[in-house]
Write a protein that binds this ligand. Structure first.
Ligand code: PLP
Length: 406
């Protein structure tokens, strides 16, 4: 391919689609701002490129899970606000402050350490306090938020920019889920009112993830934090949360491709791959595809009845998915040819395979599928600025590190 990547298996990332998805969500939630969540390498799509595309689509800022993820954005030259979604370990707060990240805090120690880092660098640092309103993962108890806010205001180098929470069942369908979401929003509202009475007025109160931003307009407040929807998948497990018709549909951003490596003609009853688990129901052309579970195509997809697209048609997996390759039962024909395009995720002619289809087969959610596409699958970027391919150039191999065969 002339640019250092030769592997005939790759993921295409449509940055134009990501910008358009962002713009639709920005329109939906306005006047609330949209914070684009690009944690976990942009849900597997590439954090830096996706961050730029989301900002181009109107996102007001970015959010990450780890300080390291925020630093990656800064090193790429991204200057937008970057919120770290959990309180960093105390030892990471210096790095967070030096990188101009906005930490989320929920402990007195976190406030003290952030303030010390801010003083040392002579820099005013905006912070967000997180309230645990019922998810019970991270955050301060509502009863502790007043003291934390006082600790923040006592530090001249800190600004209380935001107060926020995270919703546990915004993508749920049961009526008790709606009740619980409302309870969480009430608890956040009470905590914010108490702060305001004591003179603290955070500029950004926020609670909504993608599901809440769509399904609970009251949760949008000053800002929503959207992840999965930017990448073109709707949240929801038991139920798919739908966008209002006025907004239209979202476009999947990632598609997963490979080329047929080889084809063999086998007889009905022949069995393919480890364990020889499945007799071919008919005489068949079986295509070998150079992508496997080390690339994020889970082994369980075989027994779940996964199909891939070749020539615009769906074909089942012929046997156990291996680490680097899988075999496809193309039936009696038309016979595939080495080099034919295979789509594992995305569209080919009239057929489409979505991350949700994988997720439904595996009993999980599309987030896990997208984040799971392996690092060794090259990302090919369509649209947006920058090079089309994410090429990491390996350092030259020292001669004495080569295997010697004689
Ligand atoms: C991951 C995450 C989000 C984004 O959730 P989506 O469902 O992908 O929109 C928002 N807020 C927090 C705290 C998160 O961890």
């Amino acid at each position: 391919m002339g640019d250092g990547t030769v592997r005939p298996a790759w993921a295409e990332i449509d940055l134009g689609a990501l910008s358009r998805n962002t713009a639709k969500l920005v329109a939906l939630v306005s006047p609330a701002a949209l914070c684009a969540v690009v944690k976990a390498d942009g849900y597997g799509h590439g954090a830096v490129r996706c961050a730029s595309a989301a900002l181009a689509g109107g996102a007001a800022g970015l959010a990450v899970a780890l300080v390291e993820e925020g630093i990656e954005l800064r090193e790429a030259g991204i200057t937008a606000p970057v919120l770290v979604l959990s309180e960093p370990p105390y030892d990471a707060l210096d790095t967070a402050v030096a990188g101009g990240l906005t930490p989320t805090l929920y402990s007195e120690g976190g406030v003290v350490r952030t303030a010390a880092a801010a003083r040392a660098l002579g820099r005013r640092v905006p912070v967000h306090l997180k309230v645990d309103t019922g998810m019970h993962r991270v955050g301060a108890d509502p009863s502790e938020v007043g003291d934390l806010a006082r600790a923040v205001s006592a530090e001249p180098m800190l600004t209380l920019e935001g107060v926020w929470t995270h919703l546990a069942v915004a993508d749920g369908s049961a009526s008790k889920d709606a009740e619980f979401t409302e309870l969480q929003l009430d608890r956040l509202g009470d905590a914010v009112s108490a702060l305001e009475q004591s003179g603290a007025t955070p500029a950004l109160v926020h609670a909504a993830n993608s599901a809440a931003a769509i399904a609970y307009p009251a949760s949008r407040m000053d800002m929503v934090r959207c992840g999965i929807t930017l990448y073109g998948e709707l949240p929801g497990d038991a139920r798919v949360i739908e966008l209002p018709e006025s907004i239209g549909t979202l476009e999947p951003v990632m598609s997963l491709h490979a080329k047929v490596a080889s084809v063999r003609e086998l007889r009905a009853g022949d069995r393919v791959s480890y364990g020889l688990l499945r007799p071919l129901p008919t005489d068949a052309f079986v295509a070998t595809i150079p992508i496997g579970y080390a690339d994020g195509v889970p082994r369980k997809l075989f027994e779940a009845g996964f199909q891939v697209l070749i020539g615009g048609r769906r074909y089942p997996i012929a046997g156990t998915i291996t680490m680097d390759q899988l075999m496809v039962d193309c039936g009696g024909g038309p016979p595939p040819t080495p080099g034919d395009d295979v789509v594992l995720l995305g569209r080919q002619l009239d057929e489409e395979i979505t991350a949700r289809e994988w997720a439904d087969l595996l009993g999980t959610i599309s987030y896990e599928i997208l984040c799971g596409i392996g690092r060794r699958v090259p990302r090919v970027y369509l649209g947006g600025p920058g090079p089309d391919r994410d090429v990491t150039t390996a350092p030259p191999i020292a001669q004495d590190r080569l295997f010697r065969w004689n």
